[in-house]
Design a protein around this ligand. Structure first.
Ligand code: NAP
Length: 284
């Protein structure tokens, strides 16, 4: 990297705890360098109980904005003065923009990343074509459910180990979202167009999910939000069954596109294969 930091360099970043594993600095700085933009993207690791002070400090306008990751997405939304409908629907923000007058604006681009990944890797995928099952009931699952309902999905089935959490998500989103226990996953998979793993199972080799993927229709798309490893045991089982698959890295890259635009005022350069850059880092 041979960029020069100047008096006009626009600073953006990602805030999380921990944050050292994040691929976002790699992705955004690769785009900045390829586009010749005078900007830099760094990682911030505020103390787990000091995110509110971190955001208050940013009201000075020193930094253009930050992406927000675990565990700060919910508190990030609560700190904002204004929030997009996407962020309110997800009850979480993965993007904060710090205006020069001190205003903090929250957005959530995870849903754009999710649907963009499905459409990029599962050709012709239409979120409105039928019911979709989401495994998990944490922040990622709620954000996904909210985005899929907004995209016209007729029914989202939240399938979770702890049923009460699935019911809370379904209750908050109402209407097209229903809750199911993980033990009834086979019933929840009946007739779905997609199954999305939004649990943290499979992350960095942690316990895999034991669900009957064979109960999905043969055409059902199987997606895993976990991208480390890229080929999770969940996706490996889907491939074994011959299901079309979508990986979590594609979602990560696609949620970064609108964030980059919000920070630097330009779309990322299309001629850089940023997925290949991220894959190289994942494999290292
Ligand atoms: P979270 O709030 O901690 O929720 C975790 C969920 O996983 C809970 O519903 C939990 O069930 C379930 N779970 C964990 N281990 C399980 C197991 N062994 N069997 C069954 N269920 C299990 O996490 P989150 O913020 O929603 O994130 C979920 C995952 O999505 C993470 O791996 C995160 O990295 C990933 N993610 C990826 C992207 C991307 O761009 N690719 C974006 C956002 C999130 P209980 O309720 O029963 O505990």
């Amino acid at each position: 990297m041979s960029r020069t930091i100047t008096g006009r360099t626009v600073v953006a970043g990602v805030a999380g705890s921990p944050v050292g594993h994040s691929l976002s600095p790699l992705i955004h700085n690769a785009w900045l360098e390829a586009a010749g933009i005078d900007g830099v993207y760094v990682a911030f690791a505020p103390g787990a109980d000091r995110f509110d002070r971190f955001v208050e400090g940013m009201r000075g306008g020193a930094v253009r904005g930050v992406n927000v990751t675990i565990p700060f997405k919910e508190v990030a939304l609560s700190m904002a003065d204004k929030a997009s409908a996407r962020a309110r629907g997800a009850a979480a923000a993965n993007l904060l923009i710090f205006e020069s007058d001190g205003t903090v604006i929250a957005d959530n681009t995870d849903g754009i990343g999710l649907i963009g990944a499905l459409q990029a890797q599962a050709e012709g995928f239409d979120p409105a074509a039928g019911p979709i099952a989401i495994l998990g009931a944490g922040g990622a699952a709620r954000g996904a459910a909210s985005a899929l309902v907004a995209a016209g999905c007729p029914q989202v089935r939240i399938v979770n180990r702890t049923l009460a959490k699935a019911e809370a998500v379904a209750g908050a989103l109402a209407g097209a979202v229903v809750a199911c226990p993980l033990t009834a996953a086979a019933d929840a998979f009946d007739g779905v167009t997609a199954v999305i793993n939004a649990t943290s199972a499979g992350l960095s080799g942690s316990g895999s999910l034991d669900v009957p993927l064979a109960a999905t229709p043969e055409t059902a798309v199987v997606m895993d939000m976990v991208y480390k490893p890229l080929l999770t045991p969940f996706l490996a089982e889907a491939l074994r069954l011959g299901r079309p698959t979508v990986d979590g890295l594609e979602m990560l890259v696609r949620q970064a596109i609108p964030s980059f635009e919000a920070f630097f005022g330009r779309v990322p350069p299309a001629d850089l294969d940023v997925r290949a850059v991220a894959l190289k880092a994942l494999e290292a």
